[in-house]
Write a protein that binds this ligand. Structure first.
Ligand code: ADP
Ligand code: MG
Ligand code: MG
Length: 911
């Protein structure tokens, strides 16, 4: 450990690290190094590696400081050399920023400290050197505020309270009778610093540190400390980032966007992160620093002229007014803009992905402060990947790998109905920060968004805020959409919403929000908590009330991505569908068959349930057969519908599975009605229903146990299937039938069922003097079946892993009862995921692999698939690929996700 290099310097087009070292340097640090190496102007600095974060947590603060002190001192000396300034010096002070940076970008997760190195004397030196008093004191007051906030823990005490520093600013502004921070004089800023420091002393009991080294260590260590703050933990949880990664710390010479009218700061994207359009865009503020653009304190202006004009048009601002009041950077600082435009172009080409960049212009000179692959909506993700493929920037495999399977979900969500939208009343218009359609009741606090959904049966609320902050993350996550009064297209709300694929309208300046009264007032109309609005994240329009939505239309880029997916995937993707309608939807999404058709769902339709109940309540076999005879034509008709819809694609039909108890009525009223219908007494019905009651129905009389105790049920279903197949074939439609026996744990259970099926089929063939091929297989969902798969495969011609029941039985978790302990297990880290959503690869996955291996040891050609919920979950799909499954089957709307995940697994394997 003693010889490990823990600090990597960069500056003046040289760097010790590079862009590939994200694990060590974090994403920000690695790219700062790489930007130096390719000649982009970046202020000099250094990166303390991520391992030190882990060391900080194992050995404590003091040890961590000792470990890196010599290297940090050397690295600071290097910055001094590059800049000609001195750290911890009151004549020619070097100021630095201290920035966090994990491997994966975690926007706004950990706070950055700017202008570190200032104190009462250094500020005077800066003032003198720059000849700009105001700038020096503005920097100083920002530093005290950030440092107080992040390192010294000066936070508001409750959610309705203001930030203690913001309160001081507000008071001061009121005293001076000014509106904007920029209207405060230098003397006002001096007063502000004084009050800030007094507040620090009052709350923490200590003086604000004047020594730059003390400031630096405090800042570096609190970056490490922030790795474990609540919002960082939550973000990691939502994005599956392991806590072990740790964050790096970047220390970098300051450049100043707040030096006057010839200075600026901004954020930009090489393509549109909302729509994917290939258009450079972004926002900037003159005479501002760091987070000003994203914090939404002042509304920023557009970087490009075309962006500025589009903005003006959408806001109803005339061209003359726009050019005078809200000019673009392109117009205001054409030279710096030209350089920025060239750099963004190069960075995108170099990293071959859409870049999200931060820059600062100090007195006309451009400096780049960050570049990373930009977060984007699902639609933008697909468009950018397909565009870059067409442009020859990336190849097919890269294009497929670039798209995140789970994010396709966004594209399948509904949009506003065009007619409903025209009729809707537009209350106001903000910025189209993150596309989509959202409708719901409004709430004003992130916590309330969570509570609302809990209290109202999962109904999602619209979170309305003046601006959002990382604290609001959880509420944003559960909200249907987000509306903010302040902030631009790169504000926190906008960036986070796009990352989540959540509809967001930001910067709706007409919206007056009162947190205390919990009201939203727009153009004189007052809405209270719980009143409905609708947001159009693609136009920025805010509508009154609920606006109807309709299904999304899929773009040509989406179709192209799906085509590529099928080209690269080895596994097929089928769907779980019980009706011809489901089947058609799934085929539209590219399903290649039905992996699970549950026959019991057909039993509930219309008056069939009466025949089903008659069958269940019959006294003997004859009674059951009479009722089953009524069901036969209905089932046959259903199967014909599905076979016709699937037009030759394989269809796996599962025989009756649930406990009979689920089909009978349980209230006295319903039982009386049934008694009347059947012409028997209420008491008889009641008695029989009681007799069906089981203590543990999921482990009771269900699955193949039904067909083995009442063979006539299997007979009827087999007959319906075979006759339907023959009938459909007669019309010229091709056919591929797979009959699946559920809940087998012992090969003999399957043997008996197969005998019944084969005998029935034989009989039908004789009656009709024609035959048809069919397969008989089983679901592997009882652990014993997986373990004895070699025996089961002697009879079964295919396996379908029913991972819902398999998970239930392997973990001993009842799916219906996990609500009481699963949240606690997830919180404590006993489980990483809900095992019913994400396949437990270590346990259930091992059973699956054993089942495949043993099954194929008996029957080499055994077709294996999965039909549990996991069949549409990307990490589980990948596991299935590497376990050698032939297909996955999932609900219709997850078919595209599974197709992409299957292609990605195949590409990964090929690498
Ligand atoms: P985040 O991860 O939240 O983006 P950053 O560390 O990138 O945090 O920084 C926050 C803001 O401070 C950004 O706008 C960034 O450009 C600015 N900033 C960081 N370091 C410097 C610096 N050395 N000089 C000027 N601005 C800086
Ligand atoms: Mg940043
Ligand atoms: Mg099952």
């Amino acid at each position: 450990m003693a010889n490990t290099k823990r600090v990597y310097t960069f500056g003046n087009k040289k760097a010790e690290g590079n862009g590939k070292m994200k694990e060590t340097l974090g994403g920000k640090g690695a790219n700062l190094a790489e930007m130096n190496l390719i000649g982009v102007p970046v202020p000099p600095g250094f990166t303390i590696i991520t391992d030190v974060c882990t060391e900080y947590y194992t050995h404590g603060r003091d040890k961590a400081v000792e470990m890196i002190r010599p290297e940090v001192e050397k690295a600071i000396a290097e910055i001094e050399h590059h800049t000609g300034m001195k750290f911890n010096d009151n004549k020619n002070p070097l100021l630095v920023s201290v920035r966090s940076g994990a491997r994966a970008s975690m926007p706004g997760m950990m706070d950055t400290i700017l202008n570190l190195g200032l104190n009462d004397e250094a500020v005077e030196a800066i003032a003198q050197k720059s000849g700009n008093d105001r700038f020096a004191w503005d920097s100083y007051r920002r530093f005290v505020q950030m440092y107080g906030d992040v390192v010294l823990g000066m936070k508001p005490e409750s959610k309705e309270d203001e930030d203690p520093f913001e309160e001081i600013i507000d008071h001061l502004k009121a005293e001076k009778g000014v509106q904007n921070d920029t209207d405060l004089t230098t003397d006002d800023l001096k007063e502000m610093v004084k009050r800030f420091k007094a507040a620090v002393k009052k709350q923490t009991g200590s003086d604000f540190p004047a020594d730059a080294w003390e400031q630096l260590w405090g800042a570096v260590m609190s970056v490490f400390q922030s790795w474990m703050n609540d919002r960082a933990i939550l973000y990691r949880k939502l994005n599956n980032i392991p806590a072990e990664w740790g964050t790096a710390v970047n220390v970098q010479a300051m450049v100043f966007g707040n030096m006057g009218e010839n200075s600026a700061t901004g954020v930009c994207f090489s393509r549109d992160a909302g729509t994917g359009e290939n258009l450079f865009n972004g926002e900037y503020l003159v005479n501002a620093q760091g987070e000003d653009v994203v914090a939404g304190i002042r509304t920023p202006q557009q970087i490009t002229k075309i962006g500025s004009q589009r903005w003006a048009e959408s806001q109803g601002v005339s061209e003359a007014e726009r050019a005078a009041k809200f000019p673009s950077l392109e117009e205001v600082m054409p030279e710096a803009y030209g350089e920025l435009n060239a750099i963004q172009h190069n960075l995108e080409k170099y990293f071959t992905d859409m870049q999200d960049m931060e820059f600062t212009i100090q007195d006309g000179k451009l400096w780049m402060l960050q570049t990373r692959s930009g977060k984007r909506t699902g639609a933008a993700m697909v468009k950018i990947a397909m565009d870059m493929l067409a442009e020859g920037l990336i190849d097919e495999k890269t294009a497929v790998m670039r798209c995140e399977a789970a994010k396709l979900d966004e594209l399948l969500h509904p949009v506003f109905d065009k007619d409903a939208m025209k009729a809707a009343r537009v209350m106001t218009k903000g910025l189209p920060a993150s596309p989509g359609a959202a409708t719901g009741p409004i709430v004003f606090f992130a916590e309330d968004a969570e509570k609302w959904t809990e209290k109202h049966n999962g109904q999602k609320a619209i979170l309305v805020r003046i601006e959002t902050s990382p604290e609001d993350l959880k509420g944003m996550h559960v909200a249907a959409g987000i509306l903010t009064a302040r902030g631009g297209m790169t504000s926190h709300a906008a960036v986070v919403a796009r990352g989540m694929g959540k509809c967001c309208v930001s910067g709706a300046g007409d919206a007056k929000i009162d947190y205390k009264a919990r009201t939203l007032i727009i153009n004189g109309m007052t809405l209270k908590e719980g009143d409905w609005i609708s947001l159009n994240g693609s136009t920025g329009e805010v509508y009154l009330g609920q606006v109807a939505t309709r299904d999304a239309e899929l773009s040509g880029d989406f179709a192209k991505l799906m085509e590529l997916s099928s080209q690269y995937a080895r596994m097929k993707v089928r769907t779980n569908a019980d009706t011809p309608n489901d089947a058609e939807v799934a085929i539209g999404f590219g399903a290649q068959g039905i992996g699970l058709c549950r026959t019991e769902h057909m039993f509930f339709e219309g008056d069939r349930i009466l025949a089903v109940r008659e069958m269940i309540l019959a006294d003997d076999e004859d009674g059951r057969r009479a009722a089953l005879a009524k069901l036969l034509p209905m089932q046959r008709g259903d199967f014909e519908g599905i076979f016709t819809a699937m037009n030759g694609l394989p269809v796996t039909v599962r025989l009756l599975d649930p406990p009979l108890h689920e089909f009978v009525p349980h209230t006295e009223k319903d039982q009386k009605e049934l008694a009347e219908h059947l012409g028997i007494s209420y008491e008889t019905v009641h008695h029989k229903v009681e007799a069906l009651h089981e203590v543990n129905p999921m482990l009771g009389h269900r699955g193949c146990r039904l067909g083995n105790t009442y063979p006539e049920i299997t007979e009827m279903q087999a007959r319906a299937l075979i006759e339907a197949a023959l009938n459909v074939r007669k019309k010229g439609t091709p056919m591929s039938v797979e009959i699946m026996v559920p809940l087998v744990g012992n090969v003999k259970e399957l043997k008996y069922q197969k005998q019944i099926i084969d005998n029935t089929a034989e009989q039908v063939f004789i009656e009709r003097d024609e035959d048809i091929a069919y397969m008989v297989g089983t679901m592997i969902e009882v652990p014993r079946a997986a373990v004895t798969a070699n025996e089961i495969a002697e009879v079964a011609e295919f396996f379908s892993f029913g991972t819902n029941d398999l998970t239930q039985m392997a973990l001993g978790f009842s799916r219906d009862d996990i609500g009481k302990f699963l949240p606690v297990y997830l919180d404590r880290g006993i489980l990483d995921h809900d095992p019913f959503q994400v396949l437990d690869q270590v346990g259930v996955g091992a059973l699956l692999r054993e089942g495949v291996a043993k099954g194929r040891s008996t029957r080499k050609s055994l077709k294996c698939g999965i039909c549990g919920e996991h069949g549409g979950e990307p990490s589980s799909v990948e596991f299935c690929h590497f376990s050698g499954l032939d297909y996955v089957s999932c609900s219709p709307f997850r078919v595209p996700i599974a197709r992409l995940a299957a292609a990605q697994a195949a590409i990964k394997e090929g690498k």
